[in-house]
Design a protein around this ligand. Structure first.
Ligand code: PDD
Length: 288
């Protein structure tokens, strides 16, 4: 929340100052975490990877048997208006859909009016410091549910994982299950082998299908780079030459430390720098 002039936010079709936007205490997002969200990056006042965020939003809402109150075209129009009204050059748009509000009942009514909220957050995303220094990740057990492909607002495991990582001086948590890395608490995980193979999990219900991942892998393929979509173990990650994460809030950044082990020579490597340059160039060109 800003202390100066209030942000203009979107709530169910209205554009309001943030201090005038209220939702019900009976909202199912609040009572049950019964909701879906999206985070879209904004660069140069434009939406990055917008079509894939809208496709994932529609899919997530469909998977929980919900329905968006407006079309994704209208959502994009509203996002553009928020960018304009808040003079946002760089940062994020947060969107949250919930099934709506009614007396607490696990079995929701079919005719509920959904809640749709969107707001902007200004932030320097294309930050050269992250590229120069790289990030450190702490490994934690993956304690999430079995449908991680749905971008659910139930983020308590990730909140706890990130807090534990931060408390120990790390930038992100990598979640482990059955000896393999599933993904970051809010990012997709990658390793690069000594012979230049880019390894990341295939999309499944084990991980969130990242929009940044989709764009990075498309670019890597276009440039003839070798991709292996499969799970990788922590042992493989510790022996990798490079590691990285992708997300709408970081794009692609190198990981230089996993727990107390440096990755490769402990410095950002050539492959991740190359992918970053390809991604940033493409993101700015294709932003809408
Ligand atoms: N998180 N995996 C998880 C668990 C995530 O929460 C995210 C994104 C990603 C990367 O997805 P994308 O490239 O589409 O951002 C992977 C957002 C940024 C967040 O929760 O803030």
């Amino acid at each position: 929340m800003s202390s100066s002039s209030p942000r203009i936010v979107y709530l169910n079709g209205a554009f309001l100052p943030e201090n005038e936007a209220h939702i019900s205490i009976f909202d199912r997002g609040f009572l049950f975490g019964d909701g879906i969200y999206e985070v879209t990056a904004v660069l140069d006042g434009k939406l990055v990877d917008s079509p894939s965020h809208m496709a994932r939003l529609e899919r997530s809402v469909g998977e929980i048997g919900g329905r968006l109150p407006v079309s994704t075209d209208e959502i994009v129009k509203a996002e553009k208006r928020l960018i304009e009204e808040n003079s946002l050059q760089e940062g994020m748009i947060y969107l949250q859909y919930t099934r709506g509000a009614e007396d607490r009942n696990f079995l929701y009514s079919e005719d509920l009016a959904p809640t749709l909220v969107m707001f902007t957050q200004a932030k320097k995303l294309d930050d050269p410091r992250a590229m120069e220094k790289g990030l450190k990740v702490k490994t934690v057990p993956d304690q999430r549910w079995a449908r991680r492909d749905i971008k659910s607002v139930c983020l308590l495991p990730q909140v706890l994982a990130k807090k534990a990582a931060k408390a120990d001086g790390f930038d992100e948590a990598w979640m482990l299950e059955d000896g393999v890395v599933t993904e970051g608490a809010s990012s997709t995980a990658y390793i690069i082998t000594a012979d230049d193979r880019i390894i990341t999990r295939a999309n499944s219900n084990k991980t969130l299908p990242g929009c940044t991942r989709l764009a990075v892998l498309d670019l890597a393929r276009e440039h003839g780079l070798t991709i292996e979509e499969r799970p990788f173990t922590l042992a493989e990650a510790l022996a990798a030459r490079e590691a990285a994460l992708t997300s709408a809030s970081n794009f692609i950044v190198p990981i230089v430390m996993i727990d107390d082990t440096p990755v490769g020579d402990g410095k950002p490597g050539a492959m991740v720098k190359r992918l970053r340059a390809l991604y940033m160039d493409n993101a700015r060109k294709t932003a809408i």
